[in-house]
Design a protein around this ligand. Structure first.
Ligand code: SF4
Ligand code: SF4
Length: 354
């Protein structure tokens, strides 16, 4: 049975308190042996879309960098380019956003180096033999790093019900081409009766796939199924066939995650901030209210177990599932079941409170 460690804390805690809790969690989880002197380990995180305020606090990343560096390794912060129109869709803009959000070298102690190159195209193809994907494309910097720490922010998610470690691994470590493949098969529809023709979805659509006249119309030939229009429409006029698309999206994400995990056996640690848990992930460039009270920081060597622990702890705190408070037609446990099938971990876990 896997172990998940929980250190209770809050997003409103001081930097000093978050650093103290993070370092105590690290020691209790015994992560030192994941890293070796002269390793160049990746600290995979999400620096937050401009406009978002609830991304993981830089003080946590800084404490993790100190812990990794104390093993003799030289860590770097990393993420990959996003598919949608954003300053984070290329390495230069992404590094600028990291700096503006407090993840600069002076604050965190490690450089931010996007893992997929200047335009999100530096990738390595890997065979995974999954249910949907025979081969997947992972960001080159992720594959080259011998060890890794996956720092995730637990949130709801429009396509997967929950964004946690598995999503951070699978979608977050993929090249742009691979992100497109994961979204394959999901295309939204507009409910003309609900649409107010406000145009917000067209402004956000990364593929210029939406024309708005009396109501919005999606061009299926251009649509890449990224789901941005679902996230930004405040009139509930954009609809996905969640029952079909959501399952396949989650399973494809997990198959990409498998390529990363299999590359680094026993050399990945997971830390998840179950704090400021919002309806949408940190890709949504808006300030959001948390869905429930903060839980704390979790650590594990098992990405399935740590995501399962987030779901269960959220249910205990909020009295409802994270999906029911964010996207009720999704079932976040699909990714956990497929993670078990792909050998990434197990849903049974022992919780150790630090
Ligand atoms: S954001 Fe929603 S309401 Fe506005 S145009 Fe798009 S579908 Fe219609
Ligand atoms: S899912 Fe929506 S935002 Fe994304 S490409 Fe298709 S129409 Fe555009």
């Amino acid at each position: 049975m896997s172990r998940v460690y929980l250190a209770p804390c809050r997003a409103s805690d001081s930097d000093q308190e978050l650093a103290r809790v993070t370092e105590a969690l690290w020691r209790r989880a015994g992560f030192d042996d994941i890293f070796e002197a002269r390793d160049l380990p990746a600290l995979k995180l999400h620096v937050g879309e401009p406009g978002t305020k609830t991304f993981v606090r830089p003080a946590i990343a800084a404490a993790l960098v100190r812990c990794m560096a104390a093993t003799g390794a030289s860590p770097f912060l990393t993420d990959t380019a996003v598919l949608y129109r954003s300053r984070r869709d290329n390495a230069v803009g992404h590094a600028q956003v990291a700096q503006e959000h407090g993840f600069g070298f002076e604050a965190v102690g490690a450089p931010f180096i996007p893992a997929d190159g200047l335009n999100g195209a530096e990738e390595i193809d890997v065979t995974v033999d999954g249910k949907h994907c025979q081969r997947v494309s992972i960001a080159m910097g992720i594959m080259q790093a011998r060890s890794m720490l996956v720092l995730s922010h637990a949130t709801g998610h429009l396509g997967t019900g929950m964004g946690g470690a598995l999503k951070n691994l699978g979608m977050g470590c993929s090249s742009k081409r691979a992100k497109l493949r994961q979204h394959h098969g999901q295309q939204p529809r507009i409910d003309a009766d609900s649409c107010t023709a406000c145009g917000t979805c067209a402004d956000w659509c990364p593929s210029d796939a939406i024309e708005v006249d009396d109501y919005a119309v999606i061009d299926d030939q251009k649509c890449i199924g990224c789901g941005e229009c679902v996230a930004v429409c405040r009139d509930d006029a954009v609809r996905f066939d969640w029952a079909v698309g959501g399952r396949e999206l989650q399973e494809r994400i997990v198959e990409h995650a498998a390529a990363v995990v299999r590359r680094k056996p026993k050399r990945i640690g997971y830390v998840t901030a179950a704090m400021a848990i919002t309806k949408d992930c940190d890709c949504l460039g808006r300030d959001q209210e948390p869905l429930c009270e903060d839980i704390g920081l979790l650590a594990s060597r098992d990405p399935v177990a740590i995501d399962q622990a987030v779901l269960r702890l959220f249910q205990e705190r909020a009295g409802q599932s994270i999906e029911s408070l964010s996207y009720p037609k999704t079932d976040a446990t699909i990714q956990l079941a497929h993670g078990e099938r792909m050998g990434l971990g197990q849903r049974d876990y022992e919780l150790v409170v630090v």
